[in-house]
Ligand binder design. Structure first.
Ligand code: NAP
Length: 260
């Protein structure tokens, strides 16, 4: 299926690995020129080279930096000042007990998972509206729909972003600019393997056993594959997806038990 976005320009934040990388790969395979960011230069170059090799017709630009800082955002906007597509993403906050979280911990989580996407939307949405095409996808979490107690920093920050977007997504669509959330459940990425390792160390078990136990708990009997996530993201960015806005698409293999 041709998504009709060949030649468009996209910023994909936090995209050297995992879900962000998969979104960059899928968009590039649709002929979109991609600007990718991450803090670590080596992994970013590796991911960018792989995407270039698989998609020789597109321009792949690497921007090394921390997207949660004003400098990191300025650098990516300098490299791609007028994107047609913006994929907001950053690392997730650490788990813990809310009694131990300081104001600084909260500000850090809000900066990464709420205020950074809002700043990037603010910097790009008016240009998209003027050009009558824009697709913004915020990578959030299944925890927006079903909060996970130990991920309170994530629950709070991402819920704030989701509430903000619900308001403006109904204002931008008049100019063919959509804003949606894509909510990952368990996907097999470094992030998921990192949390499994924490549990494995605590329980004195091999990490593979923890991963197998967790995968079995999902109705699909497995974790999501990052490519599946990238494909859903690319679909939401497609020319024909202009009537979908303000939505939060859960990708969790059916783990959330509700009807809606
Ligand atoms: P991942 O595999 O650990 O990849 C994270 C990517 O983001 C890396 O490329 C990392 O590169 C980059 N990154 C992290 N912080 C950054 C920053 N401040 N500035 C720029 N780049 C940054 O993680 P993932 O699984 O793809 O997760 C992506 C998001 O989805 C996270 O917010 C995560 O909490 C959320 N999520 C994931 C799952 C899951 O099962 N995988 C489930 C629910 C929610 P550098 O470290 O080099 O910067």
């Amino acid at each position: 299926m041709d998504l009709g976005i060949k030649g468009r320009r996209a910023i994909i934040c936090a995209s050297s690995k995992g879900l962000g990388r998969a979104c960059a790969m899928q968009l590039a395979s649709e002929g979109v020129h991609v600007t990718m960011t991450a803090r670590g230069a080596e992994a970013l170059k590796q991911a960018a080279d792989e995407i270039r090799k698989a998609n020789p017709g597109v321009t792949v630009t690497e921007v090394v930096g921390d997207i949660t800082t004003p400098e990191g955002r300025a650098d990516v906007l300098k490299a791609c000042p007028d994107p047609d597509i913006l994929i907001n993403n950053a690392g997730g906050p650490p788990p813990g007990d809310f009694r131990n979280w300081t104001r600084d911990d909260w500000i850090k989580a809000l900066d990464a998972n709420m205020l950074t996407p809002i700043e990037l939307i603010k910097a790009t949405v008016d240009g998209m509206m003027a050009r009558k095409f824009g697709r913004i996808v915020n990578i959030t979490s299944a925890a927006v729909k079903a909060p996970i107690e130990i991920l309170g920093l994530s629950n709070g920050a991402r819920a704030g972003l989701t509430g903000f977007v619900a308001g403006i997504a109904r204002k931008t669509v008049i100019n063919n600019v959509t804003i949606n959330g894509l909510l990952p459940g368990p996907f097999n990425t470094d992030r998921l393997r990192g949390t499994a390792k924490g549990e494995a160390d605590k329980r004195g078990l091999p990490v593979d056993q923890i991963l197998a136990e967790r995968a079995k708990l999902n109705p699909a009997g497995r974790f999501g594959d990052a490519d599946e996530f990238g494909q859903a993201c690319a679909f939401l960015c497609g020319a024909k997806a202009g009537f979908i806005t303000g939505q939060n698409l859960l990708m969790d293999g059916g783990a959330f038990p509700g009807t809606l």
